[in-house]
Each structure stands twice: as C-alpha cells, then as structure tokens.
Design a protein around this ligand. Structure first.
Ligand code: NDP
Length: 458
C-alpha cells in the first residue's frame, strides 16, 4: 500500500525544507524527498561555501595593507585546509537540516521522486509509490552551459567547490553573479584570473555605476576582464586548456569555469503526467501563492523562475505553508528585493537601477558618492567605495540604493527595511549619521549629483 501524506515535498533545499517544517508545525503529515544532500544548492554548493571561500580570498587584500598599519605578515595559503574546513562545515549544516526536519516531525526520504499523477510520486530507487493531498516542487536550479566543442573540459560552480588542487590560472565565462564572485575568489587566492564576458559590460541588469565601478575594481585587483569575448572552442593541451574565442583570441589556462546562468531543475520530474506546461525559460509557472496550473501541485524557489535567491525561496516556502496548512493566505511581495554580490569589492543593491527608474519616472534625483575607503588611508590605491541613491523627484521616495565596497551586503540589508517601509530622501536626511563608518554617506548626501528629467540627464 502506498504511504500517504498531507504534503509531499520534492527537494530538500532552502524552499522545500522551510515549507516542510512550517507545514508540519501546523499539524500536517509531511514527507520530504531529496536525492542528493539536505540543504540544497545554497548550503551544499552555493551561497554558504561561496561565502566561506570569499572570506578566504579576502585575506589577501588585508595582507596587502597590513604593513601600512605596522604589521609584518608572511602569508601562504593552503587550498586543502580551506576545502577540508568547508566540507566539515557543510556536513554540520546538512546534519542540522536533517535534525530540524526530524524534530519538526517531517519524514525524510533519500531518493529521487517522479510525479506520476496530481497526487502521487514514484521513488526511483525503491520503486515505492507515495501519495499526498498536495505536492510541493522545490527542486531548485542547475547550471546552464552552452554547447561548444570541448565544453566537457570545463567546470561549473558545482565542481569549483571541490577542485582537488587550486589552478594556477582560470578563465571564467559569464558576467553575472557567479562569474564575478568566483573571479574575486580565485583572484584573491592568487590564481591568474580572466573573466570572459560576451556583452559590453558585466552585471547586466545592475545599475550602470555599479557595473562600471566593479569592472574597474576587478581590473585594479589584477583580473583580466575581457568584454565582448565569447569562447568558441576549448581544447586540451599538454599544459592545460586552450580557449579559442570567436574573434580568434586564445587563452591558455589550467581551468575553464562556466558561469553562464542557471536553469530550473525539472528534468525527469514527470510534469507531463500532471499537465503543467513549462514557461519560456524552462520554469514552472506559478501564481502569487506558488500555485501551478495543477490544483494539487505547487512550486517554490528557483524552479518557479520568480527570483533565484535563497531568501525568496524560504519566504515562498513559508507563505505556501501558511496559505495551505494554516488557512492564512499569504502572498510573497517581490517588489523590493535586496541582494548582495560577493565580488571584490562587495555589492549591495535594491530597487530600481537608474535605467529602470528612468523608464518608469519622469523626474529623478540621483545622488552619487565615490570615495577612498578609510582602511586605505595609509596606502596609495585606486580603490573607491561607491554609494548611489535614486529618488523620485516628485514624491521624494527612495527608488533604488546601490552600494559597492566592504560591508555593502550588510548595509543593504538594513537600508532594505527603510526602503520597504517607503522611506523618502527626507527620512534618510533626518537620520543622524554614525561616524566614522562608510554607511554614513547614505544619510549625508545633500544635493543631487544630477537630475534626470524625461529621460534626459540635466
Ligand atoms: P546570471 O544570470 O547572473 O548571469 C549569467 C551570465 O552568463 C550573464 O553574464 C550572461 O550574459 C552569461 N551568459 C548566458 N548565456 C551565455 C552563453 N550562451 N554564452 C556566454 N555567456 C552567457 O547567472 P549566474 O549563473 O551568475 O547566477 C544564477 C543566479 O543565481 C543569479 O541570477 C542569481 O539570482 C543567483 N545567485 C545569487 C547570488 C547572490 O545573491 N549573491 C550568488 C550567485 C547566484 P548576458 O548578461 O549577456 O545574458
């Protein structure tokens, strides 16, 4: 006889685990099926190990300036120590996820689930059938790599976390979140790093000051940023790999990493059995309550294509459980989502970029501050911190905040509260500054650096 549940969750990542625990807390009988490791991309091969690697690489910047504060530092780096400690921490978190689920009364099944009907799944290894009133798909995403000759010689972020040895040189293909973060990590760890991006400027969709500012800083840090560059082939050579680009430029390196986006993880899920049609990016379309077109099936997190960010998946998971198991219809408002990019320097961003604001509002005030961070007081450096506020000139509302520099991720989280509450520039102005911190610039920018009226900068 099939095991039967109120809720069956497919995928033990951030969104699935949160939904399972909250639903179980409301008294639902819940089962979660995970084929790999509990924790999902974020914990196992995403945000968490990335941030740990980012800390590791950040020491080199500190070692560079330490002598100006009187320190003598003789530094060397051991990749295997970092890997071992990272693995230990990830295993600890994975275990914690298991015990939190178990403690909430959720049954955990280590297997792969295929949906066979609106209320049932079949497990690949055991062949068992599980039935449930509701099925939640929380299978996340996976790296996308274009198909070019020799692509099999490249790695993605999945493998970058477990490389046996640290390469001496690497080409990272892409210009998004993962590309700039790993460029910073490898560069900071002493790897000769090339970033190859097909477009005119990295971080498409981000504010233009941030895009240009980060590209400049990456170059200051010694990263070779190749724009308008698209690899055409990758060949194995005696010494490593040779990447030949469409313009025939060649790059000889130890490693090639693709960071060319992620796609929803839906392969083999059995969606054809429940009549769910995928969206144009391969995502499972959902409404604001994470409902698919099949009334008993829901989808949260990266797989629904709304916003591929851990906190969004967690919020969607909790909202789904509130709606379906606590009779408390809860929507997830994604109109203002702050995010951080752990590049070097770090980026914190929320709301509209200048381009987006220009399209939506007729009069804007734009405030830009660029300054040398205090930690560089004793050394010559081209490194600059950047803060930018974009406000609606008519209502004074803050529409966008963009920060580049140390601590930007922490700052944007706090600013996010004010902007979510509907803060105006006047609210920022009447906030008394904290001194001496970089973030005080956010509340001391008096006159607009420039205005934009009907799309024209004045
Ligand atoms: P992104 O979508 O951020 O960037 C993908 C990059 O790859 C873009 O620069 C894109 O170029 C380029 N690209 C896409 N297709 C090709 C191709 N065929 N050939 C060459 N280049 C190509 O994806 P990421 O993989 O960096 O990250 C995936 C998602 O994960 C992010 O969108 C983000 O939501 C999330 N994430 C968040 C992090 C955070 O919050 N700190 C960290 C890491 C990931 P183009 O711009 O021209 O399309």
């Amino acid at each position: 006889m099939a095991n039967s549940y109120d809720l069956l969750v497919i995928g033990g990542g951030s969104g699935g685990v949160r939904a399972a625990r909250v639903a179980a807390g409301f008294g639902a009988k819940v089962c979660i099926v995970e084929e790999y490791r509990l924790g999902g991309t974020c914990v196992i091969r995403g945000c968490v190990p990335k941030k740990l690697f980012s800390y590791a690489s950040g020491f080199s910047t500190l070692f560079d300036i330490a002598p100006s504060f009187g320190w003598s530092v003789e530094a060397s780096f051991d990749w295997s120590t970092l890997l071992a400690n990272k693995d230990k921490e990830i295993a600890r978190l994975e275990k914690l996820y298991g015990s939190l689920l178990g403690g909430s009364g959720v049954e955990i099944v280590a297997d792969r689930a295929q949906i066979t009907s609106p209320n049932s799944v079949t497990l690949s290894s055991s062949g068992k059938v599980l039935t449930a009133d509701k099925i939640l798909i929380a299978t996340g995403g996976k790296p996308f790599v274009p198909s070019i000759p020799g692509i099999e010689h490249s790695i993605t972020s999945n493998e970058a976390f477990d490389l046996k040895t640290l390469p001496k040189s690497i080409v990272i293909v892409g210009g998004g979140y993962i590309a700039v973060e790993f460029a910073a990590i490898f560069n900071g760890l002493g790897v000769e790093t090339i970033l190859a991006y097909r477009g005119a400027q990295i971080l498409r969709g981000f504010d233009s000051h941030i895009r240009e500012g980060l590209a400049e800083e990456m170059v200051h840090n010694g990263i070779k940023v190749c724009l308008a560059t698209q690899p055409a082939t990758i060949e194995k050579t005696e010494n490593g790999l040779c990447v030949t680009c469409t313009d025939e430029m060649q790059m000889d390196v130890d490693q090639v990493m693709y960071a060319t986006g992620r796609v929803p993880n839906v392969e083999g899920l059995g969606l054809e059995n429940i009549d769910v049609t995928l969206g144009k990016h391969g995502e499972i379309p959902v409404d604001e309550f994470s409902r698919t077109t099949c009334p008993s099936v829901f989808a949260v997190g990266d797989v629904n294509g709304r916003a591929a960010l851990t906190p969004v998946a967690i919020r969607e998971g909790a909202a789904f459980a509130q709606t379906e198991f606590n009779d408390n219809p809860t929507r997830v408002d994604l109109s203002i989502v702050a995010s951080a990019v752990f590049s070097n320097p770090e980026i914190g961003t929320l709301g509209l970029s200048e381009n987006e604001a220009t399209e939506k509002f007729s009069e804007l005030n734009v405030y830009v501050a660029r300054f040398k961070p205090m930690i560089y007081s004793f050394v010559q450096t081209d490194t600059r911190m950047l803060m930018k506020l974009i406000t609606d000139a008519k209502t004074d509302k803050v529409l966008g905040v963009h920060i580049m520099g140390a601590g930007a991720g922490e700052m944007i989280q706090m600013v996010g509260i004010a902007v979510t509450m509907g803060a105006t520039k006047a609210d920022f102005d009447r906030t008394i500054a904290v001194h001496p911190v970089a973030a005080e610039e956010l509340v001391t920018m008096k006159e607009p650096t420039y205005k934009i009226v009907d799309g024209e900068r004045v």
